[in-house]
Design a protein around this ligand. Structure first.
Ligand SMILES: [Zn+2]
Length: 566
């Protein structure tokens, strides 16, 4: 298997964000992780003229739903309903361009059950007697989100199943000094249970071959985890658990048990991609239709490091165990944790900023740019109010408004009016092509980087603002080529910025005089003349402490991002 060259790979693309657990809304830490990364990637691929299906959906079966519902004293089904609505509202508010958000409905469940049944029939699972933490007082097995203890590999406090710090699995009775997650005083004993497991060791050769081919192209921390896991005996991963929350397991050997919620995510992805494609193009496709090998799509998963083990091992092993009928992920792009003012985001401790909260104060493009610039691609990074304000004023809104203001003034003062096309030099066409090539490096695999794409936008805003300042006071009709060159590069900048600054570039595209559509296909900026236009201005928004109603700044903020520059 040879990794293809994505820059010239025009195959259709499947982009999958991780399925959020509906045990609360979405905060900026979630967005700065896989969702913004997936969105920007999907937008870039669309601008390159490629067929893209970008989907996600909730994973209602997780035990984290149970623990949150108990903590809040509410019904888990009601928690799922309310949280799913909040999650969809947050994704929409911040502009995550999923083509469809697959509902946790009968088709979802039928797809998952069919996927597991076929593996069961093929003999992929083994029956195993295991020792599980068990709370005598409640008669409940404590696994997954219900149990907390010390990780046997790194000694950090973690939940059952997987350590989110080192990403090594812990199964059955491996957690050190376990306790009930909602009450550390409740220490479980152990009780035997007969469950089904996936013996990963039986899939070692195929997993190793796959990872040897792809791992060199992935982020170093992910590659480190994969090497560490491959260097140990591969674990037996629980397929079923004796729990009362989750999808009932359809196997005769395990009556009353449920499926391990983590392992639903691949069939869930098969379902959500078909659902999303149906939302976009009309009739609903059969589940997994877009995952067939003959579809030959490029599949890209964006996910947090904290659950990457599942994607890199049991998910792949189960997909491979289905035979060669399905495509496999070509790129698995992980992120690390994003913090809030250098502390962990925590809904229960009140250290949280939701999407909806920040968007009431700060225009969407400013938030997206800052999140992209500081996204935790390789290590923990932090959201900071002071940092957001500084970047917004000094690097984005300030320089952009100087640039837009200067161009708007030149257009307004033109004797010929704004309609005349301006000539463009060969050198400027070369610079526009160089800009787009560079954006392409950061929007495409294997060098995909929100940080560098966002920084590139800011670098060019500053560079072009300085160029505009040098032309200040000159007549656009006399210095037509100098202005033509500048307008061409501004349009190249906007095209490169479009996956991140979605409202600014939509406002320019909505101006029929701009002749701008964000097209990033080859040759889009190889043009001898360019149409001048009046670029919109940006707003930094209003601090939460100021009265929001009735001020022009608030109007600009509430409107999303941009105001007419005239
Ligand atoms: Zn650990």
């Amino acid at each position: 298997m040879t990794p293809p060259r994505p820059a010239t790979d025009d195959r259709a693309v499947l982009v999958l964000g991780p399925n959020p657990t509906p045990n609360g809304g979405m905060h900026l830490g979630h967005i700065a992780g896989p969702y913004l990364a997936g969105d920007v990637y999907a937008r870039y691929q669309r601008a390159r003229g490629r067929d893209v299906v970008f989907s996600t959906g909730t994973d209602d079966s997780q035990t984290f739903v149970t623990t949150t519902a108990r903590r809040r004293g509410i019904d888990p089904e009601e928690l799922c309903r309310a949280s799913t609505a909040e999650i969809q509202e947050a994704l929409s508010a911040i502009g995550i361009s999923v083509d469809g958000f697959g509902p946790f409905d009968e088709t979802y469940q039928a797809t998952v059950l069919d996927y597991f049944r076929r593996l069961h029939a093929a003999g992929t699972f083994r029956r195993k007697t295991v020792r599980l933490p068990y709370l005598e007082r409640t008669g409940e097995f404590l696994v997954e989100g219900l149990v907390e203890g010390d990780c046997p590999v790194c000694l950090t406090v973690c939940r059952g199943g997987l350590c989110e710090t080192c990403n090594h699995p812990n199964n059955f009775d491996q957690l050190i000094d376990p306790h009930y997650t909602l009450d550390p005083a409740q220490k479980p004993g152990y009780r035997e249970a007969n469950i089904l497991v996936l013996p990963l060791e039986e899939h070692r050769d195929r997993l190793t071959a796959y990872h040897e081919a792809w791992m060199p192209y992935w982020r170093p921390h992910l590659a480190q985890m994969i090497r560490e896991v491959l260097d140990r005996p591969l674990p037996d991963v629980p397929i079923t658990y004796p729990l009362d929350w989750g999808m009932p397991a359809p196997f005769p050997e395990t009556p009353g048990q449920v499926l391990n919620a983590w392992l639903e995510l691949i069939p869930a992805g098969m379902y959500t991609t078909s659902y999303a494609a149906g939302q976009r193009t009309g009739p609903q496709l059969p589940p997994a239709a877009l995952w067939r090998v003959e579809e030959n799509r490029r599949m890209v998963h964006f996910l947090g490091f904290d659950n990457a083990f599942f994607f890199c091992f049991p998910h792949l092993a189960m997909l491979m165990a289905h035979g060669d009928g399905y495509i496999r992920p070509e790129w698995i792009i992980n992120n690390e944790f994003y913090e809030l003012e250098s502390e962990k985001f925590s809904t229960s401790k009140g250290n949280v900023v939701t999407c909806q909260e920040i968007l009431r104060e700060v225009p969407r493009d400013v938030v997206r740019l800052y999140l992209a610039l500081t996204a935790p691609e390789h290590q923990r990074t932090t959201f900071s109010r002071a940092g957001l304000s500084k970047v917004a004023q000094d690097r984005l809104v300030g320089p952009w408004n100087r640039l837009a203001g200067a161009l708007g003034k030149a257009v307004a003062n033109a004797a010929s009016g704004a309609a005349a096309w301006l000539p463009v030099s060969t050198a400027a066409r070369g610079r526009a092509a160089t800009m787009l090539d560079r954006f392409g490096v950061f929007y495409e695999m294997p060098s995909y980087s929100l940080n560098r794409a966002a920084d590139t936008i800011l670098v060019h805003i500053d560079r072009l603002a300085n160029r505009a300042a040098a032309l200040d006071g000159l007549d656009i009709d006399v210095e037509s080529e100098a202005f033509g060159d500048l307008f061409l590069e501004v349009k190249a900048l906007l095209a490169g910025a479009a996956p991140i600054l979605i409202d600014l570039t939509a406002a320019v595209a909505a101006d029929p005089g701009s002749e701008f559509d964000g097209d990033l296909t080859a040759g889009a900026f190889d043009t001898p003349a360019v149409k001048p236009f009046t670029p919109p201005l940006l707003s930094t928004g209003v601090p939460a402490t100021q009265p929001a109603a009735g001020t022009s700044g608030a109007a600009a903020a509430a409107g999303g991002a941009v105001a007419p520059g005239r």
